[in-house]
Every structure is written in C-alpha cells, then in structure tokens.
Design a protein around this ligand. Structure first.
Ligand SMILES: NC(=O)C1=CN([C@@H]2O[C@H](COP(=O)(O)OP(=O)(O)OC[C@H]3O[C@@H](n4cnc5c(N)ncnc54)[C@H](OP(=O)(O)O)[C@@H]3O)[C@@H](O)[C@H]2O)C=CC1
Ligand SMILES: CCCCCCCCCCCCCCCC(=O)[C@@H](N)CO
Length: 325
C-alpha cells in the first residue's frame, strides 16, 4: 500500500515540479500587442487571407495599409473593405521582389506598428517535372520578398515614437512545418521563413518587436482554387490530413496570435499537434503550452510517425495503381 502511495505521490510531484521549473525557465511574460489606432501593414492584402486580415484589422479600429502588385485588385479590395467595415484603407501597388518599390511604399505609408508579410505564390508539381523558373519564382516571392519587406519596414519600426509592443508576422503554411509531395520549392520557401523568424526575433526583441509565424492548412482562397487545377493527386491526399479552413477563420487565428505575441500560431487542431511536433528551439511564451510540449512530446512524435507511415503508404499505393493502368 505504501508503494502505491509513493507511486501516486511521484506521479503528482513530477508534473507539478516540471510546471514550476517551466514557469521559472519560460518566465511567462504575456505580451499584448494592441492594433486599435495603430498602423497595420499587410502585404498581399488584396485577396484571400490578406484581404480577410485587412477586413478584421480595419473592423478592430486599426489604420490599415495593403500592398500588392495589381492596382485594379487593390482598388477592388479597398472598395470591398469600405463596404464591409466603413473604413478606408491605404493601398500600395508594388512587387515584393523589387526592394526599391517596396521601400517607396513603406516610406509613403509611414511607420508601421504591425507588419504582416502575407504575400505568397504556390505552384505545386513534382520537382523532376517542374521548371526551375517556377522554383525561383516561389523562392523570390515567398522568401526573398519577405526579406525585402522586413528590410524596408524595420528602420521605421525601430524608431516608432511610443515604445508599445510591435509585431512582424510572417505567413507561412503547414507545408512550412512538414515537407509535402509536390511542394519541394514551396515548402523550402516556407521553411526558410522559420529560420528567418527565429533569428530575427533574437535581433529585434530589444526593440519590443515580436515575431509571429502563422501556419494555416489549405485555405479557401482564389489561389487555392487555382492551385487545385494543377495540384498532384498525392499532394491533395496528404494535405487533406489537415482539412481546410475559410480565409476569415485563418485571419481570426492569425490576428489573435499576433495580438498575443505568440511566436508560433497554429490555425487548427491538426496544426496545434504539428506545432508541438515541430517545436524545436522556437520561443514559447505560454508556460502552459511549454508544459504540454514537454509532456506530450513523445506521444506527439508517435502520432507524427503514424501520419508519415500513412502518407508513405498512400504514395506506395498510388504508384502501384499507376503501374496497373
Ligand atoms: N490558400 C492556402 O491554401 C494557403 C495559403 N497560405 C499562404 O497564405 C498567403 C496568402 O495566400 P492566399 O490568400 O491563398 O493567396 P491569394 O493569391 O488569394 O493572395 C495573394 C496576395 O498576394 C499578392 N501577391 C502575390 N505576389 C506578389 C508579389 N510578388 N508582390 C506583392 N504582392 C503579391 C496578390 O496580389 P497581386 O497578385 O496583385 O500581387 C494577393 O493580394 C501566402 O503566403 C500563402 O503561401 C498558407 C497556407 C494555405
Ligand atoms: C504530429 C501530428 C501531425 C498532425 C497532422 C499534420 C497534417 C499536415 C498536413 C499538411 C498540410 C499542408 C497544407 C499546405 C497548404 C498550403 O500552403 C497550400 N494550399 C498552398 O498554399
């Protein structure tokens, strides 16, 4: 009986002491990043997730700027946002691949409090068949374009008059947490954002600037509709593991994560599991999440191996069926 009591005591003491230790290590410093009456600058804000983000931010009283290449699409988005929220957003036509045009837009827009680097393109195809100019295009827009945007915005963010917390949010993807069939270049471009974000957070924390990485699953946008016309079947089979979301649902999750200064922002339940499985050495502000990451690590790894096992089974089955045709 005594052994049982001892065991029960141990089972209780270990997690509690772990939680105490984590509170010490993680030192929960919850951050609140207000957006009301602050300047929220969203790239790729004329369509899809970016447009949904612009509508939400405008509805919450932010001063919103949206940047994209097509002036017509920007004008349409501006009109749509005014109809939806009564708010007039500022629009800037520029290609994120062109540092000078992005810098000009940022200077014109004025100092930024919350930068959402959301633009992105995705052309899924097996690498063997994919043209290298498509690979370069995705890397240039999704990764290099993000560097250009941050480089252009950072000087103004660092000298902002009041020192309230600011944010740089990068729109990644769950394909930026796990490599997916057909997404060699796309996953590489989104994995690159992780290294950028982790390093940048260390460089800007002293300026009270908080970096967030947002990881949506498939999201119902014009780009996804286009993508589905060419996406390999295996890409769709694997991506279906995480289901799909509406752009406005992703925008809500993203904005909530940005406002709470979260470094990793999952958008659905599968994404939360994926974020624990890929926590690595990313910052974790919530000691509760840190506790879950530590305690659940081994089980989540087992679950991740089950997903991988299932995906490679699907790949094998697909090739076997193809051979029979
Ligand atoms: N839809 C999905 O399934 C998912 C999307 N994501 C990510 O979300 C982000 C937005 O995707 P989504 O809303 O679907 O895409 P959309 O195509 O609907 O919107 C993309 C936006 O980015 C702009 N854009 C594209 N290229 C450039 C460029 N070179 N310079 C400036 N702006 C540019 C587009 O405007 P214009 O063409 O006029 O420049 C448009 O405003 C991307 O980073 C994507 O990787 C992540 C996970 C899932
Ligand atoms: C540990 C347990 C793991 C939990 C499940 C993991 C499921 C991962 C599925 C990956 C989905 C990738 C969607 C990419 C969406 C996207 O970015 C494209 N539409 C292009 O924009």
């Amino acid at each position: 009986m005594a052994d049982l009591n001892l065991l029960l005591l141990l089972l209780l003491v270990i997690p509690i002491s772990l939680l105490a230790l984590l509170i010490l290590i993680v030192r929960p410093r919850p951050v609140k990043i207000p957006i009301k009456n602050r300047h929220v600058f969203i790239t790729g804000g004329s369509s899809g997730i970016g447009l949904a983000l612009a509508i939400r931010a405008a509805s919450e009283g932010a001063r919103v700027s949206i940047l994209a290449r097509s002036l017509d699409k920007l004008e349409e988005a501006k009109h749509f946002i005014r109809l939806s929220t009564g708010v007039d957003v500022a629009i800037f036509a520029a290609d994120v691949r062109d540092f000078d045009s992005v810098t000009k837009a940022v200077v014109e827009a004025g100092p930024i409090d919350v930068l959402v680097v959301n633009q992105g393109v995705f052309l899924p195809q097996e690498l063997e068949k994919q043209e290298l100019d498509e690979v370069r295009f995705m890397i240039d827009v999704n990764l290099m374009g993000s560097f250009n945007m941050i480089k252009a915005a950072l000087p103004g963010m660092k000298i902002r008059d009041e020192r309230r917390p600011a944010s740089i949010a990068l729109m990644s993807s769950q394909a930026g947490q796990v490599g997916i069939y057909g997404y060699t270049a796309y996953s590489a471009s989104k994995f690159g954002l992780r290294g950028l974000a982790e390093a940048l957070q260390q460089e800007v924390i002293a300026d009270n600037i908080h970096v967030s990485l947002i990881f949506p699953p498939d999201t119902d946008t014009p780009a996804l509709a286009e993508e589905n016309k060419r996406r390999p079947q295996l890409t769709s089979i694997i991506a279906a593991s995480s289901g799909a979301m509406k752009a406005d649902e992703v925008a809500k999750k993203a904005l909530d994560g940005i406002k709470s200064g979260s470094f990793v922002v999952p958008c659905n339940f599968e994404g939360a599991l994926l974020s624990i499985a890929t926590a690595g050495l990313s910052p974790q502000r919530s000691f509760l999440m840190a506790f879950i990451e530590v305690v659940a690590a081994s089980m989540i790894r087992l679950l991740a191996l089950c997903f991988q096992w299932n995906w490679y089974g699907s790949i094998e089955k697909w090739h076997a069926q193809k051979k029979q045709k």
